[in-house]
Every structure is written in structure tokens, then in C-alpha cells.
Design a protein around this ligand. Structure first.
Ligand SMILES: Cc1cc2nc3c(=O)[nH]c(=O)nc-3n(C[C@H](O)[C@H](O)[C@H](O)COP(=O)(O)O)c2cc1C
Length: 304
């Protein structure tokens, strides 16, 4: 039997396949027709200090090989998560990781502090791609200084595994990765969505209420893969890769590029059980190639 376990920070995963924030809810909708215990982990939807309504509709649009979304972190806030959601999901037989979002450094810290001590939340993922209101609409993930600042502040209050999710909307993602590693991040995950837009030709109106939104799905895969490969060579902490992963071949590509684990996002909307199929596909691949552990494949792309 090939070994599928991987470690991110101090968190052991039974396999490297997880679901991406915002694309799998809290897992609760899936318990009736799939065994969540087959997944390495679930990144729950973006959680903020205060409840958020999200953006006006329409906030989703289909594009060739992908989608645009402008959900805008619609969620009921961290207190609701702790009181209502946590008691339900804490018994799931997989790793539950909370995706923390905020508009200011203080928001991130206060939201994180409410999650410290929740025994069944071994890790948080800091989403640093949302607007930094105090700084005039800039996203934390787009400069080394702001990415480092928020990571440093959260690291001070969070003893668990700290994963920082990087924005791909930057000139050099590797330097942002290095800056959060230097502030104590245990892992980086990438990529979040790419800024994009779509226009309805007949009405001449944008397809999203916000005009621009986040592009995800198979169309972003080659760019995401390139970024994972660059970041893998820039840092010494494990990289979690995502962006258009829809089958086991996609997952193996990300692992060969340097991802220790992967997340499946948009493709959950096409097939909610795709992640389990990816686990099975990786296992069969390892057996077919006589590879003892999936960790042997991490960054094993051959260029010579
Ligand atoms: C509808 C939707 C909602 C999302 N919400 C979040 C979120 O709350 N926090 C976050 O960090 N990423 C969020 N994402 C980004 C995904 O987690 C993932 O990074 C991105 O979609 C790329 O992966 P994919 O191409 O497999 O979907 C969202 C994506 C979609 C499509």
C-alpha cells in the first residue's frame, strides 16, 4: 500500500486532497452522500470578525473553462461559527481548517483569537487577498510589507498551524511567499482567484454587480501550476497548491510542481465527489509507479 499521509506544520493529513474555501461550505451539505473521512481536509468558507452580507447580485458568471465570482465573503461571522457551526463540524472525521478574512490587521487578529483553543480546528488559512479598507482598497496579499504585517500579527496570537493563502494578482508571488515565511507562516497556499471580468454584449452591462471578480477553474490551471513551482523553489515550508484541479492527473501535476497537498475548488460545483475520486486516482498512480509515499513525488518534476 502506498502511503498517502502528508504533514503541514504540525497537522497530519490522511491524504493530500482537500476542498478549497468557499466551494464546499462547511462540509455539512455533503455528509448524506459522501464519506468526509475520505478527504484530507476541508477549508471552510471565508470567516470574518463581523457578519457580512457579501456583494449585490449577480455575483457569479460562467466563462469558458471557468467562472467569475464576487461573493464578497458572505458569512455570519466568527461568533456564529464558534457557537453554531463548530459544534456540528467538530465531529467530522477529517481536518477542518478555518479560512480567516478581514479588512484590517486588527480584524484578522480578533477573528483568529476567537478560534484559538478550538480543539478540532488544527489550522487556519489567512486569506490575504481581500480589500484592505484602511489602506484604501489595497489587498494585503499584494505587497510584501502588508503580507508580512498581517502574518506577524496573527502569528503572535495563533499557536496552531498557520497557512497563508496568497493572491496571484501580483508581479512576483515568490517574494510574497518568502515574506510570510519569514514571519512564521507554517505553509503557503496558492492560488486564490485571478482578477477578471465579463460583459454581456447585448445589454452592454458587466455580468457581475462589482464589474470585476475572481476567475477560477480549469482556465487558471497553467498559471497556478507555474506559481506553485516558483514558490516551491523560493521557500522551505510546505506549499498547498490549487487552481483548476479537476482530476487526479491535475493533482499529480501540482504535486510534481512542488505542492505537498492540494485543494479542489470550482470543480466541486461540477461533481461534489470529485475530491474522493482524486484521492483514489493518486493512490492508483502511486501503486502503478511503485512509489512508496506521495511525499516522494513532491517537486519531482524532471526537466533534464
Ligand atoms: C464561489 C467561490 C467562493 C470562494 N470563496 C473564497 C473564500 O471565502 N476565501 C478564500 O480564501 N478563497 C475563496 N475562493 C477561492 C478558492 O478557494 C480557490 O482559491 C480558487 O477558486 C482557485 O481554485 P479553483 O480553480 O480550483 O476553484 C472562492 C472561490 C469560489 C469559486
Amino acid at each position: 500500500m502506498a502511503r498517502l499521509e502528508v504533514t503541514i506544520g504540525s497537522m497530519l493529513l490522511r491524504n493530500p486532497v482537500m476542498t478549497a474555501s468557499g466551494t464546499f461550505g462547511y462540509g455539512t451539505e455533503y455528509t448524506d452522500f459522501m464519506d468526509l473521512g475520505r478527504l484530507g481536509g476541508i477549508f471552510v468558507k471565508g470567516t470574518t470578525l463581523e457578519p457580512r452580507q457579501g456583494n449585490d447580485y449577480p455575483r457569479m458568471a460562467e466563462t469558458p473553462s471557468g467562472m467569475l465570482n464576487a461573493v464578497g465573503l458572505h458569512n455570519k461571522g466568527v461568533d456564529y461559527f464558534v457557537e453554531q457551526i463548530y459544534p456540528v463540524i467538530k465531529d467530522y472525521d477529517t481536518r477542518m481548517i478555518v479560512n480567516v478574512s478581514g479588512s484590517t490587521v486588527e480584524d484578522y487578529v480578533a477573528c483568529t483569537e476567537k478560534l484559538v483553543g478550538l480543539e478540532k480546528i488544527p489550522a487556519i488559512e489567512l486569506n490575504i487577498s481581500c480589500p484592505n479598507v484602511k489602506e484604501g482598497g489595497m489587498a494585503f496579499g499584494t505587497t510584501c510589507a502588508s503580507a508580512a504585517q498581517v502574518t506577524r500579527a496573527v502569528r503572535r496570537v495563533y499557536p496552531g498551524t498557520l497557512i497563508v493563502k496568497l493572491s496571484p494578482n501580483v508581479t512576483d508571488i515568490a517574494e510574497i511567499a518568502r515574506s510570510v515565511e519569514a514571519e512564521g507562516a507554517d505553509s503557503v497556499s496558492l492560488v486564490n482567484t485571478f482578477l477578471g471580468m465579463a460583459i454581456d454584449a447585448e445589454s452592454r452591462r458587466p455580468k457581475l454587480s462589482t464589474v470585476t471578480g475572481g476567475l477560477s477553474g480549469p482556465c487558471i490551471k497553467p498559471i497556478a501550476l507555474r506559481m506553485v513551482w516558483q514558490v516551491f523553489h523560493a521557500v522551505n515550508i510546505p506549499v498547498i497548491g490549487m487552481g483548476g484541479i479537476c482530476n487526479w492527473e491535475d493533482a499529480i501535476e501540482f504535486i510534481l510542481a512542488g505542492a505537498t497537498a492540494i485543494q479542489v475548488g470550482t470543480c466541486n460545483f461540477i461533481d461534489p465527489s470529485v475530491s474522493v475520486k482524486i484521492v483514489e486516482g493518486i493512490e492508483a498512480y502511486l501503486q502503478r509507479h511503485n512509489i512508496a509515499s506521495v511525499t516522494d513525488l513532491v517537486g519531482a518534476m524532471e526537466t533534464a
